[in-house]
Design a protein. Structure first.
Length: 324
C-alpha cells in the first residue's frame, strides 16, 4: 500500500468523531472530509458526513437534468437517490441564486451544494431554536412540480419542431414520436401524403389525450369523430384494415397450396416409403460419399453402385485379373 507523503488533515465532525479520510461509495475512493456534505441521517452517517462525495452528488444531478430538463425534477430525483429532504421553497431559492450567478457570469456546477445550504437555512428559519435538530432525510409527501420545460436548443429540438410544429413540451414530442413509430410498423407510409395523414392522426390522438385529462376522463365526441374521419381518409380504420388483411391472407394461403400441389408429390397414407427419397439424396450420398470413403479405408474396389454401369465394372474387373 502506498502512503501519501502529504499531511492528512484531521477533522472533528459535528458528531464528535475524528475523521481523516472518508470513503465515497459512488466513486469508491478515499477523499478529504471537506469534499463531502454534512450528514443528514445521524443513524447511518455516524461520522457526520454523507457517504457520497460532493462531486458524485452533483454528477447524479447532472444526469437527471439531462433527462428531465427541469431543475426542480432533477433535484427531486437526486434527493430520492442520496436520501436528502426535498423542499419546494429551497428549490425556488436555488433557482433564484443560479439566475443571479448566471447574470453575473459566474455559473456554478455545485447545484446540490447550493440547494442543501438553502434547505438548511430554510429549516433553521422554521424552528424557534436554530440549534435544535431537524430531520433532513427524504420522505414522500404531496409535491407539486412545474410543467415540463421546453426542449433545450439543439439539433433534436429543431428536427422535432420541424416534424411536429412548435409549442409542444418534451412529453408531447415523445408521445407523438412513439405514436408515429407504432403506426409506421403496421401501416404503409411510403408517400408524403400517407406520412402527413399519419402525423395528423397522431396530432389528433394527442389532442384527445389532453382533452380527456382536462375533462376527468371524458372524451369530446367531436374530436373522436374527427379522428375516425382521418383514419378513414388514410384507409387505416379497423374495417378497411381487417378486409385488406383478410383478402391478403386468403391469397397467400391459396398460393401456398397451389405451389405445394404443383411442385411436390402428394402424400399417400398407405405407402409412406413411396416418396421417402424423392430427390434421390440417399443414392447420391452412397455413390459419391460413402462408396469412395469405403474404398479408401478398406482398399475395396466398389467403383460404382449404379446398375447401369455394371457392365463397365465387369469389364474393368476382367482387365485387372488378366493383368492388362
Amino acid at each position: 500500500m502506498v502512503t501519501s507523503r502529504r499531511r492528512v488533515k484531521t477533522v472533528v465532525s459535528n458528531t464528535g468523531v475524528t475523521v481523516e479520510k472518508i470513503y465515497c461509495r459512488k466513486c469508491m475512493t478515499l477523499k478529504n472530509p471537506n469534499e463531502f456534505f454534512s450528514g443528514v441521517d445521524s443513524t447511518l452517517d455516524a461520522n457526520g458526513f454523507m457517504s457520497i462525495c460532493k462531486q458524485c452528488c452533483n454528477e447524479i444531478y447532472d444526469n437527471y437534468y439531462r433527462v428531465e430538463h427541469s431543475i426542480a425534477k432533477a433535484i427531486l430525483r437526486t434527493c430520492r437517490k442520496i436520501d436528502l429532504m426535498f423542499d419546494e421553497g429551497s428549490v425556488e431559492s436555488t433557482e433564484t441564486h443560479l439566475s443571479t450567478l448566471a447574470s453575473n457570469n459566474r455559473p456554478s456546477d455545485n447545484i446540490i451544494g447550493i440547494y442543501k445550504s438553502k434547505l438548511v437555512q430554510s429549516q433553521k428559519n422554521n424552528f424557534a431554536d436554530p440549534n435544535s435538530e431537524f430531520d433532513l432525510t427524504f420522505h414522500e409527501f404531496g409535491i407539486s412540480l412545474p410543467p415540463n420545460s421546453p426542449l433545450e436548443e439543439g439539433s433534436d429540438k429543431d428536427e422535432l419542431e420541424k416534424a411536429w410544429g412548435e409549442g409542444w413540451d418534451a412529453d408531447d414530442y415523445d408521445y407523438l414520436e412513439e405514436q408515429f413509430s407504432e403506426w409506421k410498423k403496421t401501416h404503409k407510409c411510403d408517400t408524403k401524403a400517407e406520412e402527413m395523414l399519419l402525423r395528423e392522426i397522431c396530432h389528433k390522438s394527442l389532442e384527445i389525450r389532453k382533452k380527456r385529462k382536462e375533462n376527468n376522463g371524458a372524451t369530446p365526441a367531436a374530436l373522436t369523430k374527427e379522428l375516425q374521419d382521418l383514419m378513414k381518409t388514410a384507409s387505416v380504420d379497423p374495417s378497411k384494415t381487417s378486409a385488406a388483411n383478410s383478402g391478403k391472407s386468403q391469397d397467400t394461403f391459396s398460393s401456398f397450396i397451389k405451389i405445394v400441389e404443383e411442385n411436390e408429390p402428394a402424400d399417400y397414407y398407405e405407402d409412406k416409403d413411396l416418396f421417402k427419397d424423392f430427390d434421390n439424396i440417399d443414392f447420391y450420398f452412397k455413390k459419391y460419399v460413402t462408396r469412395p470413403l469405403k474404398n479408401f479405408i478398406t482398399q475395396s474396389r466398389d467403383f460404382n453402385v449404379d446398375t447401369d454401369d455394371q457392365d463397365d465394372e465387369i469389364v474393368e474387373d476382367e482387365i485387372i485379373e488378366n493383368g492388362e
